[in-house]
Design a protein around this ligand. Structure first.
Ligand code: M6R
Length: 610
């Protein structure tokens, strides 16, 4: 949530253009409001408003702002409504100071009051403004910007990062205190940002920061210091091999459609990564654990549900799936030195997941294995080991290819663990792993091609349906939940994902004539799912089916459009493919409804708050 970008140039005068170009790549982090503070000839100019970066730029001309340094912020509102006054960056008491933050200040109300009582002019209800005032306060005491920024962190509680500057100093200062922050060194400028994509348009030479660290940008240098005592740290510049064009649409109308279409390549790439030398360590971590928790949020959690079924089915390994934010109250006291938390997070920055990581590390309660997509994320640095999802950047707010990759990862690991512990014949495991490696990319492509047309035709028939269910059974449990999440997230329709045999325990009462219920099935479970379909169909409900073609299922759909037929594959691959028509259905429905699926309202891709 929220993205900050600070740039210091060597005598350039087009800071607005640079900040807009780079910040645009952080749009997925927030699009409630946008602002730019630009320093031009020793004066700070601030423009900000409600809307996406493109809208506000068109309205206020952000990219035309002159200056040689400045800070931009894209906001996902938490403290303070998404209004112009609460948009970031902010001034301090005077227009000398400017700055913006990402994260949440937990002592916001007390500190705001304290600042007002000591004479500060606080203009907004946004916690980011307090970061600038805190620096302003300590500058008054010390007369030194470096010390003021360092000391300001002592007043602020929570998890956050902020960037600040002063009209009369050429530096920009930024601190990382629990939220992501990375710096870059380009030939004619230096940059600090909440995330790598906004650095890459200028440079691939990056400096990673840790919590409790502070970075000072000068026109030709980036220096890192420890916040606690101001000691300079020797931090090497690393060359990132992330493709800067990954964050472009490449001819597709939306990132979401592009990312769905990248899934065949993801299947290839992730299988390559899963069979690298590091995989022995991942398998050992799982084998050595006395109890395994699979902790994740949103789509990653849904993939974790699919994974839990794979671990049981293929390896007889009990795994407890847990929602990130629920883990500590529900399971923290059950952790032991031998537990393993598999922490699954596309961004590797989700606060609910990092809270679990911190607890496990602080208390020495077992090991952690990250499953993540963003290289250089906090989860990557913090976990004992990590499995990369190998998806490249996922820009669209709805997760698609990363969810897909996660399910492949769990399927592959479970099969190999099953072979090692004797739950699965070695030949069976080898056959399944070969199918994942050799057949899955082609099957994924076929699924996109075939079900794309079917989903496009089905979408208009669901335009008026504001309430529906998506049910799965066994291995498709998590798939149905994921389909429902996609429809909620980008179509703004209520769609509940649940276990199909649970439907009769209450929700069935909602079914009347033509009430739509989507059933997701594998060929192995369709005999059972038919019972659940019957319970809906005999009450006049409309069954929509996702799965392979089966003669036994065809009588239950009222029209051909209501059967999203996926290509034939072996049963354990069915759940990996079944999600694709649901991704496509939600995509086409969203577009038909006039929604931009990449940027659904109220959301942010990276949720770095509790
Ligand atoms: O980065 P993470 O995988 O930790 O994100 C978790 C969820 O916020 C995320 O999957 C969210 O549910 C998606 N936007 C859903 O499409």
């Amino acid at each position: 949530m929220c993205g900050i970008t600070g740039i210091v140039t060597q005598d350039r005068n087009d800071i607005g253009r640079l900040l807009v170009m780079c910040s645009r790549k952080l749009t997925y982090r927030g699009y409630d409001s946008v602002g730019v503070a630009a320093v031009h000839r020793g004066k700070v100019y601030l423009k900000k408003d409600v809307g996406t970066i493109d809208e506000v730029d068109a309205r206020l001309g952000l990219s035309k702002m002159p200056g040689d340094r400045g800070i931009a912020q894209l906001r996902w509102a938490t403290y303070g409504a998404p209004t112009q006054v609460n948009a970031q960056p902010h001034y301090g008491c005077t227009e000398e100071f400017y700055g913006a933050h990402n994260g949440n200040l937990h002592n916001y109300y007390e500190y705001r009051q304290e600042l007002i009582e000591t004479g500060h002019t606080v203009r907004s209800w946004n916690d980011g403004e307090l970061c600038v005032h805190a620096v302003d306060k300590y500058y008054e005491q010390t007369g030194d910007m470096f010390e003021a920024v360092r000391l300001s962190t002592r007043d602020l509680k929570g998890a956050f990062a902020y960037a600040v500057g002063r009209a009369d100093t050429q530096e920009i200062y930024a601190v990382k205190m629990g939220s992501s922050l990375v710096a870059g060194v380009a030939p004619t400028e230096t940059i600090v940002s909440s995330d790598l994509p906004s650095i890459l348009p200028l440079t691939n030479r990056v400096v990673y920061l840790d919590d409790g660290e502070m970075v000072v940008l000068r026109p030709d240098s980036v220096k890192v210091y420890r916040v606690e005592d101001g000691k300079e740290l020797n931090r090497p510049v690393q060359v990132s091999n992330v493709d800067p064009h990954a964050a472009e649409k490449g001819g597709f109308p939306h990132f979401m459609l592009k990312e769905i279409n990248e899934q065949p390549q993801v299947a290839r790439d992730v299988m390559g990564l899963l069979h690298s030398n590091e995989s022995e360590e991942w398998l050992r971590l799982i084998e050595d654990a006395s109890h395994i928790y699979l902790v994740a949020c949103g789509s990653s959690y849904n993939a974790g549900i699919v994974g839990t079924y794979y671990f049981n089915r293929l390896a007889g390994i009990p795994v407890t799936p847990a929602i990130g934010g629920q883990f500590i109250p529900m399971y923290a006291r059950t952790l032991t030195e031998d537990s393993l938390c598999i922490l699954v997070s596309q961004s590797g920055e989700t606060k609910d997941i990092l809270n679990v990581l911190k607890l496990v590390k602080r208390e020495g309660l077992g090991k952690t294995l990250g499953v993540l997509n963003v290289i250089g994320s906090s989860l990557m640095f913090g976990a004992d080991a990590y499995i990369p999802m190998g998806c490249g950047y996922e820009v669209s707010v709805p997760a698609t290819k990363t969810y897909f990759s996660q399910t492949v990862i769990f399927a592959d690991l479970a099969a190999r663990l099953g072979a090692r512990n004797g739950m699965l014949d070695q030949s069976e495991a080898d056959r399944f792993v070969s199918a994942l490696r050799d057949d899955l990319p082609r099957l994924t492509q076929e699924t996109i091609d075939r079900t794309g047309i079917l989903a496009k035709n089905l979408a208009p028939t669901l335009m008026g349906e504001h309430d529906l269910y998506c049910l799965g059974y066994g291995l498709t449990d998590g798939v149905a939940r994921e389909g429902a999440l996609k429809i909620k997230e980008i179509c703004y329709n209520h769609c509940e994902g649940m276990y199909s045999s649970e439907f009769k325990h209450g929700p069935l009462s909602i079914v009347t004539d033509n009430y739509p219920v989507i059933f997701v099935t594998t060929t192995e479970d369709s005999w059972m799912v038919i019972n659940h379909i019957n319970e809906v169909a005999c009450r006049g409900g409309r069954a929509i089916i996702v799965g392979e073609h089966e003669d036994s299922l065809t009588p239950y759909v009222k029209s051909k459009t209501d059967y999203l037929v996926v290509p034939k594959s072996e049963v354990l691959i069915n759940p990996i493919l079944d999600v694709i028509p649901l991704q496509l259905l939600s995509y086409f429905l969203s577009v038909d409804l006039g929604i931009n699926p990449d940027l659904p309202r109220n959301l942010s891709k990276t949720l770095t708050v509790d």
